[in-house]
Design a protein. Structure first.
Length: 244
C-alpha cells in the first residue's frame, strides 16, 4: 500500500508540475506576444524604416514571433494532455472492450506465433468507467507481454467479478522471461525501460498506473524469472470521483 501511495503521488506531482509550468509560461508568453506586436507596428513608421538597423530589427521581430508561437504550441499540448487525463465514464461491458482492443494486435500476435487465450467470465456486471482509457492500459499490458515473449508463447486474458469489493478484475498473464526484483521495483517509474532506444519510452506502465488510479481501481503484478508475468487490474463497478 505504501508503494502504491508513493507511486500515485509521484504521478500526481508530475501532472501538477506539467499543468503548473504550462500556466506559468503562458503569462509571460502573452506579454512577449503583445510587445512583439507593438514592435511590428513600429516597423511601419517612417523614421524606423529610415534607420540603418531596419532590416535587423525586422528579422528580430520575425524570430520573436516565430518562437513565441512555438512555445505557445508546447504549452497548448501540455494543457491538452492534462485535460485528456480526466476520465469520461459510461456503462461498459469489459469483455467487449478487451476483445475490441486486442483486435488491434491480431497481426502482431499471429506474426510472432503467440497464442492469445481468453478465459472470460460470462456473468460480469457492466461497469461505469472510461473505455478509451481502459483500452490504453490494456494495449500497454498486451504490448509488454508480446515484447516479453518475443516469439512462441502464450498470453492468457481472464476476467471475473469480486463480490466483497464489488470490483471487476482483468488479468493478463504471459509465459515470457519474467522480471527480476530490481526491475520489478522500478517498472511503474516514468521513463524506466529495459527496451532498446526507440523501442521503449518507459511511460506505458506509469501512465497505466495513473489511469487505473484515477478510475478508482488497482493495478498489481506478480512475476517470476523464468516463469512469466501476470498483471491484474481491479475496477470498481460504480464510478466514484476520487478526491485528492
Ligand atoms: P516500455 O514498454 O516502454 O519499456 P513500460 O512502462 O510499459 O515501458 O514498461 C517498463 C518495463 O517493465 C519494460 O521495459 C520491461 O522491462 C518491464 N515489463 C513490463 N511488462 C513486462 C512483462 N510482461 N514481462 C517482462 N517485463 C515487463
Amino acid at each position: 500500500l505504501n508503494e502504491e501511495l508513493i507511486q500515485s503521488s509521484k504521478m500526481a506531482a508530475l501532472g501538477k508540475l506539467a499543468a503548473g509550468v504550462a500556466h506559468e509560461v503562458n503569462n509571460p508568453l502573452a506579454v512577449i506576444r503583445e510587445k512583439a506586436g507593438w514592435m511590428r507596428d513600429l516597423l511601419e513608421e517612417e523614421d524606423v524604416k529610415a534607420s540603418p538597423n531596419f532590416q535587423e530589427f525586422g528579422d528580430a521581430v520575425d524570430k520573436i514571433e516565430h518562437h513565441v508561437e512555438r512555445a505557445g504550441k508546447v504549452v497548448h499540448r501540455m494543457l491538452g494532455f492534462a485535460r485528456r487525463m480526466e476520465p469520461v465514464c459510461n456503462d461498459l461491458y469489459i469483455n467487449d472492450v478487451l476483445k475490441q482492443t486486442s483486435a488491434f494486435l491480431d497481426n502482431e500476435i499471429r506474426f510472432r506465433n503467440i497464442q492469445l487465450i481468453w478465459e472470460l467470465a460470462q456473468d460480469l456486471p457492466t461497469i461505469q468507467s472510461d473505455a478509451a482509457q481502459i483500452q490504453q492500459v490494456f494495449l500497454n499490458l498486451l504490448n509488454n507481454a508480446i515484447d516479453a515473449i518475443d516469439r512462441n508463447g502464450n498470453i492468457t486474458v481472464s476476467t471475473g467479478y469480486e463480490d466483497e469489493s464489488d470490483m471487476v478484475h482483468i488479468s493478463i498473464r504471459d509465459d515470457g522471461p519474467g522480471m527480476d526484483k530490481e526491475v520489478q521495483r522500478r517498472i511503474f517509474d516514468p521513463f524506466f525501460t529495459t527496451k532498446r532506444v526507440g523501442e521503449g519510452t518507459g511511460l506505458g506502465l506509469s501512465i497505466s498506473y495513473s489511469i487505473i488510479n484515477k478510475l478508482g481501481g488497482i493495478i498489481r503484478f506478480d512475476s517470476e524469472v523464468g516463469h512469466g508475468t501476470e498483471f491484474t487490474i481491479l475496477l470498481p463497478v460504480k464510478h466514484h470521483d476520487r478526491k485528492e
